[in-house]
Design a protein around this ligand. Structure first.
Ligand SMILES: CC(C)(COP(=O)(O)OP(=O)(O)OC[C@H]1O[C@@H](n2cnc3c(N)ncnc32)[C@H](O)[C@@H]1OP(=O)(O)O)[C@@H](O)C(=O)NCCC(=O)NCCS
Length: 139
């Protein structure tokens, strides 16, 4: 049985030659930044506020990413605290424009919702969110 993606497709990007390490594969920091961007979109939609990354757990690099791969990042809200949110993040690639997807990384990113002054602010209850959020965010 083939593995399924977990969460909602949040960003898609193409790995470019400028993002390679000296060995010619895509630099892990580029992949992590794509994951951070996607998780930040998910967390800010869930909290309806600005957010910051405070922690990255269980980060696994499972397979290399190559130039030309299309990287899709999937996100899901795993847990909500008072002002913090744990976001499950997976990155998958499509290689050579074929329909075959492979999971290349996964991790848990923790974000904190901030108010206008940059102080932690409570995440709203799911039932208080505007309807459109459910179309965007898997929670
Ligand atoms: C986010 C920040 C304002 C929180 O400040 P703080 O004084 O720790 O605030 P609090 O102690 O009230 O904690 C707020 C929440 O964050 C959580 N938290 C803070 N640091 C955490 C960490 N390292 N790991 C996990 N959770 C963390 C707390 O558990 C708490 O969660 P809860 O509200 O759901 O109970 C502060 O840690 C900060 O500015 N960090 C830098 C973030 C940043 O710049 N990220 C980008 C790096 S390039």
């Amino acid at each position: 049985m083939t593995e399924e993606t977990k969460g909602r497709l949040t960003t898609r990007n193409i790995a470019m030659p400028a993002d390679t390490n000296p060995a010619g594969d895509i630099f892990g920091g580029w992949v992590m930044s794509q994951m951070d961007i996607a998780a930040g979109i998910c967390a800010s939609q869930r909290s309806q506020s600005r957010v910051v990354t405070v922690k990255i757990d269980s980060m696994s690099f499972l397979k290399p990413v190559k130039v030309g791969d299309i990287l899709g990042v999937y996100t899901k809200v795993d847990k909500v605290g008072r002002s913090s949110m744990k976001i499950h993040v997976e990155a998958w690639v499509r290689r050579n424009r074929i329909n075959n997807r492979e999971k290349v990384t996964e991790g848990i990113f923790t974000f904190v919702a901030l108010d206008e002054e940059g102080k932690p602010t409570p995440v709203p209850r799911a039932e208080d969110l505007p309807d459109y959020v459910a179309e965007w965010v898997d929670f």
